[in-house]
Design a protein around this ligand. Structure first.
Ligand SMILES: Cc1cc2nc3c(=O)[nH]c(=O)nc-3n(C[C@H](O)[C@H](O)[C@H](O)COP(=O)(O)OP(=O)(O)OC[C@H]3O[C@@H](n4cnc5c(N)ncnc54)[C@H](O)[C@@H]3O)c2cc1C
Ligand code: SF4
Ligand code: SF4
Length: 446
C-alpha cells in the first residue's frame, strides 16, 4: 500500500473524516484538500464556523472575527473535495487506521440546501418565535431561520423542536410561501456510511457550568452577563446593533466590571485548570467597551494575568495604558444586587475589605469540553482525560489513544484561535508520515 501522499495525489487519494466545523476543523479541511485528500466535514449544528463565527473581534489585533473567518467558510463551501454534512454526528467507527467505516447520523434540515436561495421569506412569515442561540439568546428568531447571514451552507433550516408543522401537523406557511419550493417536510433522519482512511476530531469546547454563573448572579440579575453574551452585545450584527446597554433598562452602563477565572482555577465548583484564553479576551472586550463608551469606568478583577502568546503581554500593557483600565488583583466571590446596582465585595492585596457598586458585570467564562464529549469518544473509540478533553500524549499532542484518529483545536485542551489554527495545520502532518493508507477515493481535483 502506498502511504506517500505526494505519490498518491497522482492517482488515488484517501478520504478523511473531520468532525467539527469550527475554525480548526475548517482550516484542516482546507489544508487536506490542498494536499489532494477528499474531506467529509461533519458539523453537529446547521452551519460551520463554531465559536469564532459568534465573536465580535479577535485578540491580539482586535480584527473583525467574521471578516477573517468568512472567506475560509466560503472556500470550504465551494471546494468540490469537501463535502459538508450539517446537523450531523458520528455514531460509530469500525475498522482501523487506513480503512475506517464511519456511520454518520444526519438529521433533517427540512429545507433543501441546494434549492434554497436564502431569500428569507419563510423566516419572515414563520409564526413560531424562538430564542436566538446565535445571539446568546439575547434576541429572538423563528423556527425557520439561518444562524447568521454569512452562514455556510447558505441555506435556511427549520428547528424541528419548534416548528408547528413538524410537531402538530399544522401551519405549513413557509411551504406555501417559498417560491423556490425548497421546504421538505418529508426529509427523514438517515445514517450515512463513509469510507475514510483517517479521522480528525475538532469538536471544540462548549459545556456551560450554569451553577458557577448563578453563583455570580447570572440568571438573577439581568446586567450580569457571560463573556459570550457580552461578545454578541458588542457586535454590530448583534441584538442591539453593537450598542452596549444594560439589559435591565437599556441605558449605557457607567461602571463595568470584568471578573476573571469564572469556572477556571476554582476547586470549589469549577475546574482546577486555566482556560488559557479568558485573560486576553477580557482585555479585548474591555478595549471594545472603551471604544463604545469613552466615559465608562472599566475595572478588571484578576488573580494574576496570563497573557502567554506571542505579543499578547505587550498588547495587554498597551491596552491598559491607552484605555485607563483599573486592574484589581482580587477575586470577588459573588455579586449582590441592591437597589438596581451590582455590588462586589473583595479583599485588596493589602488586606482591606472593599465593597463597590457597578452597573454591569461580565463573567469571563472558562472553556470546558464540548457537549456530548463522552458520546463522541465512545463513537470514535478514543479515551478522554479527566476533564473530558481528548487524552493525548505529551510528545504527541495530536494523537489520540486510537491509531488513525487525531485531535486538533480546543478539544485537545483550551486554546485560542491562533493555536487552534496551528494545530489544524499539524493535523495533516501525521497523514503525511503514518499509515492512513490513503488510496480510497478517486481524486476529484482537476
Ligand atoms: C467569550 C470568548 C471569546 C473568545 N475570544 C477569542 C479571541 O478574541 N481570540 C482568540 O484567539 N480566541 C478567542 N476565544 C477562543 C476561541 O473561541 C477558540 O480558540 C476557538 O473557537 C477554538 O476553535 P475550535 O474549532 O477548536 O472549536 P469551536 O469553535 O468550538 O468549534 C467546534 C465546532 O464543532 C462542532 N461540534 C461540537 N461537537 C460536535 C460533534 N460531536 N460532532 C460534530 N460537530 C461537533 C460545534 O458545533 C462547532 O461548530 C474566545 C472564547 C470565548 C469563550
Ligand atoms: S426556504 Fe424558501 S423561502 Fe426560505 S429562504 Fe430558502 S428559498 Fe427563501
Ligand atoms: S411550518 Fe414550521 S417553519 Fe414553517 S412557517 Fe410554520 S412554524 Fe414556521
Amino acid at each position: 500500500m502506498d502511504t506517500n501522499i505526494f505519490k498518491s495525489t497522482k492517482g488515488l487519494v484517501g478520504s478523511v473524516l473531520v468532525v467539527g466545523g469550527g475554525v480548526a476543523g475548517v482550516q484542516t479541511s482546507l489544508d487536506l484538500t490542498g494536499l489532494g485528500y477528499k474531506v467529509y466535514l461533519v458539523e453537529k449544528s446547521a452551519a460551520i464556523g463554531g465559536a469564532m463565527a459568534r465573536l465580535d473581534k479577535t485578540f491580539p489585533t482586535n480584527d473583525c472575527s467574521l471578516c477573517i473567518l468568512a472567506p475560509k467558510l466560503v472556500e470550504a463551501g465551494r471546494d468540490p473535495n469537501i463535502e459538508i454534512l450539517t446537523n450531523a454526528e458520528l455514531v460509530s467507527l469500525e475498522g482501523e487506521a487506513g480503512a475506517f467505516k464511519a456511520d454518520i447520523r444526519c438529521r433533517p434540515r427540512f429545507i433543501d440546501e441546494e434549492a434554497c436561495t436564502g431569500c428569507g421569506q419563510c423566516s419572515l412569515y414563520c409564526p413560531r418565535v424562538i430564542a436566538d442561540d446565535y445571539n446568546a439568546r439575547l434576541d429572538i428568531s423563528r423556527a425557520a431561520h439561518i444562524d447568521y447571514p454569512q452562514a455556510v451552507p447558505t441555506s435556511y433550516y427549520i428547528d424541528a423542536k419548534a416548528c408547528l408543522r413538524v410537531n402538530y401537523d399544522t401551519c405549513g406557511l413557509c411551504a406555501s410561501l417559498c417560491q423556490a419550493r425548497a421546504i421538505r417536510f418529508d426529509q427523514e433522519e438517515e445514517i450515512r456510511r463513509l469510507d475514510v482512511g483517517a479521522v480528525i476530531l475538532a469538536p471544540g469546547f462548549g459545556r456551560i457550568n450554569e451553577e458557577v454563573f448563578r453563583r455570580y448572579g447570572w440568571g438573577r440579575y439581568e446586567d450580569v452577563l457571560t463573556a459570550f453574551e457580552f461578545e454578541r452585545l458588542m457586535c454590530a450584527s448583534g441584538p442591539t446593533s453593537g450598542s452596549i446597554v444594560k439589559i435591565s433598562d437599556r441605558s449605557h452602563p457607567r461602571r463595568i466590571a470584568f471578573l476573571q477565572c469564572i469556572g477556571s482555577r476554582d476547586v470549589t465548583c469549577g475546574n482546577n485548570y486555566c482556560s488559557s484564553v479568558c485573560c486576553m479576551y477580557a482585555i479585548k472586550q474591555a478595549t471594545m467597551a472603551r471604544e463604545h463608551l469613552p466615559e465608562a469606568e472599566i475595572t478588571l478583577f484578576y488573580m494574576d494575568i496570563r497573557t502567554h502568546g506571542k505579543g499578547f503581554d505587550a498588547a495587554r500593557e498597551r491596552a491598559i495604558r491607552e484605555n485607563g483600565f483599573r486592574i484589581i488583583y482580587a477575586r470577588p466571590p459573588r455579586v449582590e444586587g441592591i437597589d438596581g446596582m451590582l455590588f462586589l465585595t473583595y479583599v485588596t492585596p493589602e488586606g482591606n475589605h472593599v465593597s463597590e457598586a457597578f452597573d454591569m458585570v461580565i463573567l469571563s467564562q472558562g472553556l470546558e469540553a464540548p457537549e456530548g464529549a463522552e458520546g463522541l469518544a465512545r463513537a470514535a473509540g478514543i479515551d478522554l482525560n479527566p476533564y473530558d478533553f481528548a487524552a493525548t500524549g505529551i510528545y504527541a499532542p495530536l494523537s489520540t489513544s486510537r491509531a488513525g484518529i487525531y485531535v486538533i483545536g480546543a478539544f485537545q485542551g483550551p486554546k485560542d484561535i491562533p493555536d487552534s489554527v496551528t494545530q489544524a495545520g499539524g493535523g495533516r502532518g501525521p497523514l503525511l508520515r503514518s499509515p492512513p493508507g490513503c488510496p480510497r477515493q478517486p481524486d476529484s481535483h482537476g
